[in-house]
Design a protein around this ligand. Structure first.
Ligand code: ATR
Length: 272
C-alpha cells in the first residue's frame, strides 16, 4: 500500500521537500506519496492529527511550527530533546507520535560525507545561539571535534547554550573580538544575518588555512556570509542546500529504514 507523508509549515508553497522526497522514493523504490500542507497558524496540532486520522505515516515540520511539534510529540529522540525543536514526526503503530530532529545530523553528514570535510579532531566555530544553533550542537559534538566554540552577538545566549551542552563535549564561548588568529577549520553560520542580507565580519585569522565556511541558509546565489567568508580567507564555502537534503534523508531513514543518497538530489536542485 502507498504510504502518505507530508511537510507542514506556513508558508509552505516554496518548500522543496516534496521534490526531494519524491526523488528519494524513486531512488530507493519506496512506495509513498509526499505532499505539502499549509498549517493554520492557530491550528497546527489539529491539522497534524487530521493527517494522522487520514492514515498519514509521518510529517516534516518547518517554520513556524518546530517548537509546537516538540510539544506535540509524546516521545522524543535525544537529539530532539536537546534541540527543543522537532522537524520530523513519525506516527507509530500504537497511535503515539515520535518527534525527532534531523537538522543537525543532516548538516553533519553534508559536511563530512558530501563535502568530505571531517569534523572529528577539527576546530569548529559556531556563529549564533538561537534555535538553529541549538539544533545542530549535539550532532556536532558527537563527531568529537578538537573544540567547538560558540560566538554570538549577545554573549549571554552563547553562554547559556554552552552550559546546557557542557556535559556532552568540549564547548567553549568566545566574543567575536576574541576570535582573531584562532584558525578555525570549520565556521558554521547559524545566525539569521544572511537572511537580512548581511555577511559576518570576523577578526583576521579566525579562518584557518583550508577553512570551510558553511552557511545553514541557502539560495540561488552565494549568501552574504559566504561572500564575506571568501573575502576573509575561507578556502571553501558552502550553503545549506546540502543540509536541507541531508535532513530530509535522515527523516526518510527514520520513516522507511533506508537512507537515500543525497549528492545527486542536491545536484538536481542546484540545476533547478
Ligand atoms: P533561529 O531559530 O534561526 O536560530 P533566532 O533564535 O531568532 O533564530 O536566532 C537568530 C540568531 O542570529 C541569534 O543568534 C542572533 O543573535 P542575537 O542572539 O545576538 O540576537 C543572530 N543574528 C541575527 N542577526 C544577526 C546579525 N546581523 N549579526 C550577527 N548575528 C545575528
Amino acid at each position: 500500500m502507498t504510504d502518505r507523508y507530508a511537510v507542514i509549515g506556513n508558508p509552505i508553497s516554496h518548500s522543496k521537500s516534496p521534490i526531494i522526497h519524491a526523488a528519494f522514493a524513486r531512488q530507493t523504490g519506496q512506495d509513498l506519496t509526499y505532499e505539502a500542507i499549509l498549517g493554520p497558524l492557530d491550528g497546527f496540532a489539529a491539522r497534524v492529527r487530521e493527517f494522522m486520522g487520514e492514515g498519514g505515516k509521518g510529517m516534516n515540520v518547518t517554520v513556524p511550527f518546530k517548537i509546537q511539534a516538540f510539544e506535540l510529540a509524546e516521545r522524543l529522540t535525544e537529539r530532539a530533546r536537546l534541540a527543543q525543536a522537532v522537524n520530523t514526526l513519525k506516527f507509530e503503530a500504537d497511535g503515539g507520535i515520535l518527534g525527532d530532529n534531523t537538522d543537525g545530523i543532516g548538516m553533519v553528514r553534508d559536511i563530512r560525507d558530501v563535502l568530505g570535510v571531517p569534523i572529528a579532531g577539527r576546530r569548529v566555530l559556531l556563529l549564533g545561539a538561537g534555535g538553529a544553533a541549538r539544533g545542530v550542537l549535539l550532532p556536532l559534538l558527537d563527531e568529537k571535534p578538537a573544540c567547538l566554540v560558540i560566538a554570538n552577538r549577545t554573549q549571554e545566549k552563547a553562554q547559556q547554550l554552552a552550559a546546557q551542552f557542557a556535559d556532552r563535549g568540549d564547548v567553549g564561548v568566545a566574543r567575536f573580538d576574541d576570535l582573531g588568529g584562532q584558525g578555525f577549520d570549520i565556521v558554521i553560520n547559524a545566525t539569521s544575518a544572511s537572511l537580512g542580507g548581511e555577511g559576518i565580519t570576523l577578526p583576521a585569522g579566525a579562518y584557518g588555512a583550508g577553512a570551510l565556511a558553511y552557511d545553514m541558509v541557502y539560495g540561488d546565489q552565494p549568501t552574504p556570509f559566504m561572500l564575506r567568508a571568501r573575502e576573509q580567507g575561507a578556502a571553501r564555502v558552502a550553503d545549506g542546500l546540502g543540509m536541507l537534503v541531508g535532513q530530509a534523508a535522515e527523516s526518510f531513514f527514520l520513516w522507511r529504514g533506508v537512507r537515500p543518497e543525497t549528492e545527486r538530489v542536491i545536484a538536481m536542485l542546484r540545476a533547478g
